[in-house]
Design a protein around this ligand. Structure first.
Ligand code: GLA
Length: 386
């Protein structure tokens, strides 16, 4: 049990044993395959050893009594859920309830205490951990029998329909289906996936948190989704059988490229290229080709910065200082997640980790008067009972 949850229970004279439903729902990282999930593309995420713990029990009445330990907030959510409450942390949970209601399920009264250790604003998807954990919990309580991939789909629908953000399935899928053995290579169209190894002898995966999250992120994400749709529609005029933008080959894209608005051209080029890079990365990792893996990371960063335009100057600086100024020790680096802040993911020679951290810390402080946080990636299991 996370120490701050234990403290909360003790302070409220609640015993761990009185909560028989206990689970851990992890955050996620992503090795490569960014902004490809909502166009049916390839991604390579992993569940991590940090996440959200849920402690739940049945209670009398017809409501969910929710305690968010991290926020030090409690709320009573009347059942059935009829719409948003306006409090985002409650709505992430309410949206999952509403999905089960739509399936004809009647969610019973529960008291749920939850809290976690995913660094906030780091882009490690604490919101997906919240949704996926709640879905896993209700699936058990209701004996609904949904598989983990189905729970990921349910969680994504909740994000899309209830919360109202057009995100893809990567985050919830990785949280629910991750494996401690390594990332998964996931096809977001078929939802077929296979675990792969991201271990590169002598190298470590390091996350560097820029400690910034730009508001712009939430407004630009739907714009990117729409731009990708625009590119798909142009392609479909010539290739009517093409179902998803991520299925387009570079040759197909070349046929329509001049019909696209310049900005849509850039987005489509990025997406088509990124899908190729994910599969190249899988191959590079399989044979331990570190220099190829690093080049792919750098190429993805360049694409996200220049063509997909979801980076920001703080993160660009961290990426540049690692990948260029520390070349030799850093095979490659890129911005990770939805963008506009959050972390870079770096493939670093293990013996140089401390030098790199000290170097980045000084340089980043000088440039932005901010101290970055560092996390060595520990890949963990998907959602599990405690
Ligand atoms: C966010 C979304 C994901 C995915 C990434 C970008 O994390 O929730 O679905 O689109 O951005 O790869």
């Amino acid at each position: 049990m996370l120490p701050h949850i234990a403290e909360y229970l003790a302070a409220n004279s609640l015993s761990e044993a009185s909560f028989p439903i206990r689970l851990h729902s992890p955050g996620r990282i992503n090795i490569i395959g960014e902004h490809t999930d909502y166009t049916g593309g390839w991604v390579m995420p992993a569940a991590i050893d940090k996440g959200i713990e849920f402690y739940a029990r049945r209670i009398e009445g017809s409501s969910l009594v929710l305690h968010a330990v991290d926020l030090n907030k409690s709320q009573k959510l009347p059942l059935p859920v009829t719409g948003k409450t306006g409090e985002l942390w409650v709505d992430y949970l309410a949206g999952i309830v509403e999905q089960f209601q739509q399936m004809g399920q009647e969610v019973p009264s529960l008291e749920i205490v939850f809290g976690g250790n995913v660094p906030r604003g780091s882009g490690m998807s604490s919101s997906a951990a919240l949704e996926g954990g709640m879905a896993f919990l209700l699936n058990e309580v209701l004996v609904a029998g949904l598989s983990r991939p189905e729970l990921a789909q349910l969680s994504q629908r909740s994000s899309n329909e209830f919360i109202g953000v057009p995100t893809g399935i990567m985050d919830q899928f990785a949280s629910l289906n991750g494996s401690p053995d390594g990332p998964i290579l996931l096809n977001c169209d078929s939802l077929n996936f296979e675990p792969i190894s991201a271990e590169v002898p002598g190298y470590s995966w390091l996350l560097v948190n820029s400690m910034v999250t730009h508001e712009l992120g939430s407004s630009e994400y739907p714009v990117r989704v729409a731009e990708c749709q625009e590119a798909l529609e142009a392609l479909q005029k010539v290739f009517p059988d093409l179902e998803k933008l991520s299925h387009a080959s570079p040759d197909q894209l070349a046929v329509v490229i001049n019909d696209l608005r310049p900005v849509v051209r850039k987005r489509a080029n990025y997406v088509v290229g990124e899908n190729i890079r994910v599969r190249q990365m899988a191959q590079a990792l399989k044979v331990g080709n570190v220099s190829k893996a690093g080049k792919l990371l750098n190429a993805t960063h360049a694409g996200l910065r220049d063509d997909f335009q979801v980076s920001c100057e703080e993160v660009d600086l961290l990426q540049f200082m690692a990948a260029e100024n520390f070349r030799g020790a850093v095979a490659g680096a890129r911005i990770m997640g939805g963008g506009f802040g959050g972390c870079t993911i770096n493939l670093v020679r293990s013996t140089e980790l401390n030098f790199l951290k000290a170097f980045l810390k000084n340089a980043y402080r000088e440039a932005y008067d901010k101290t970055p946080e560092f996390y060595e990636v520990n890949i963990g299991a998907g959602t599990k009972w405690l």
